[in-house]
Every structure is written in structure tokens, then in C-alpha cells.
Ligand binder design. Sequence first.
Ligand code: ADP
Ligand code: MG
Length: 354
Amino acid sequence: MKNKRPVLLISLAAGLLLIGCAKAEEARVDKEPDVFDKSDIAMGTVVTERIYTQGEDPTDQILELLSQTEHKYLSWRDADSDIGKINEQAGKGAADVDGQTMGYLEEALKLAEKSAGAFDPTIGQLALLWDVEAEDPEVPSEKEIRQLLEDTGYEKIRVSSENGTDQVELEEGCSIDLGAVGKGVGCDEAAAFLKEDPHVQGAVIAVGGSVLTLGGKPDGTAWKVAVRDPRGGQEDLLGVLELEGEQYVSTSGDYEKYFIQDGRRYHHILDPATGCPADAGLISVTVLGENGAVSDGLSTACFVLGKEKGAALLEEYGAEGIFVDQEKNVYITDDLMEDFRLEASGYVVFPLSP
Ligand code: ADP
Ligand code: MG
């Protein structure tokens, strides 16, 4: 994995310079950082934080930031969020949105195009129809699926930025769901916040299946990010990634949210081409990309695309990944191979190349 240390060293050096100006602060530079741990619910998932800082405990502020990100920008459930407003206006005209929302939406649209629609931010109605987390989920009828597919398609979204106003317009019947990038966006917001704080030396934050690592640990050892065994229990690991500095890791799998009907597994990642759960042979996809939104979106897109097309998409983004298929083969991109340690038995590792 490309080492992002130089950037980090520069920003740390800038922080030290600032502190160096104030004599009274000098003692702080050498002080061992405190470690703050927190685990709570935000963005509809479990958030786990560990932060090394010479300053105050920032863990609650990050939880607050994640909730704000969800309610202000992303949530389709929230009529007052930007996405809620866009959906409400579908077929009636354009909605004004915050630049932040626009940025994330443009990232999602770029991924939709590059993945030839395997990632599609208009899949929300179909996700609701399948509702795999319902108490008594059921496979919907073909007719229902076909009807909703007609209102699905990222080309039904129009974005424009004129005179400093960002606007989004949706065709009637269509709606936007950024669920597949939401947790990654949360990691991006947390990273931006922590990078502003010169006291923070290192952090690892997991927002559900999306993980951010930043800076380093006081003992200088690598961050360890666990990848779950897709066919094991909650606590079982496929393996561990050892990473340095700023990284964004997201995993999508068929084991997170699913139900079984007539012996078949129906999970929450849909193939927009069929309106049904993706069935390209993969059971887990982990991606390391340039930011959280990209990593999260790519893990969903690659899951839908399958091994060959997924590998090509990773290459296009300069991203790294670990794909696990139904035969328990684990495919890893070259640069990541030496950072991953397989722990689960029954799996075999191979290189992943397009
Ligand atoms: P999780 O929500 O478990 O982290 P993902 O990041 O893979 O999982 O996102 C899955 C969610 O994204 C689904 O719950 C659904 O709302 C939405 N989704 C499902 N399939 C797609 C797809 N092909 N493109 C975009 N979003 C999708
Ligand atoms: Mg995702």
C-alpha cells in the first residue's frame, strides 16, 4: 500500500511550528498523548473510536458530527436533509443543496458512470421493496421489481452549479439513496475534523463497515484493521490489515443484512441491472481508496460487478482491494498483499489483477 506518511509528516511539522511559537505550550509537544475510546450508535450503525491526542477528548464531537452529516446532508428518511429535499421535489423542479451534499453526490454519480451503473444511487425504492431487515422479509414479485426498475437509473439525476448555487433535479418517481457511501462519507467528515486539530496524533474510527485510520500510534506500530470472516460468526476474522497513516477501508458483504428463503440467501446489495441481490460470485469485498466515500462506494460497486470487472474498476481508481468468492478464494491486489495476514482457515489467497 502506498505510504502516505510524507503528507502526514508535513502536517505534523506545521502543527509543531505553530506550537513552537508559544513557549508555554512547548511542554505539550513532548507529552505522551492521552488515548480516548468510545463506542456508540450513529448513522444507524455502531461507531467505534480510538483517538490519541494531547488535547481534549474529541470522541463526542465526532459522534455529533456524524449525526449532523446524516441529518443535514444524507438521510433520505429525513425530509429536512438535502437528499430528503431533492426526493421530495422529484418531478417538480430543482432543489437547492449545500456544496457538501453536491460534492458527495458528484462523487456518487462519477462512480455510477465508471461502474456502468453497478453502483446506482437511485436504487433506494428497490432496497425498500426488498427490505431484507424487515421482521418477516419476503422475495418480492417480478412485477413489483420491474415497476420500480422503471423509476431507477442515475441518469434521472440532473446536477447543476451556477452562480454559486448547487441544484439537483430528479425525474418523477425517482429518489436518491446514498446509503452505500454514507458510512464512508462519515469517515471523510471525521478525518477533516481531526486533521484540523493539531493535538491529534492518531485515530482509528470505524463507522459500521467503513474504517478511517489517521496519523500514528505512540508506539509507532501499524494500525490493525480486522476484516470479518464472511462465513464466520460476529467475532471471527478473515484476517488483519496492517496499515500506516491515513487510510480508508470499507467492506461490503452478503453476510451483513440478509434473509434466507427456500434455501437461498437474499442480501442487501442489489444489482441495478436486475433489481435483485447481486450474484456475481463474491461474498465479501474490502476496498482501500483515496477517501471514505470512494472506498465505501467501490466496495458496493465491486461486489455487484464481480471479480474481473471489479478489479478493473479498482485499477481505474488507483484503489486496492480484497475480494472473497463463494469458493473461499481470497483475491488481493499486489500492493496490499504484504499488509494482509490471513487468519481464518479454509481460505486460500491469490493475487488480484485486472
Ligand atoms: P452497508 O449499508 O451494510 O454498509 P453498503 O455500503 O454495501 O452496505 O451499502 C448497501 C446499501 O446501499 C443498501 O442498504 C442500499 O440502501 C444501497 N444499495 C444497495 N445496492 C446498491 C447499489 N448497487 N448501488 C448503490 N447503492 C446500493
Ligand atoms: Mg458501500
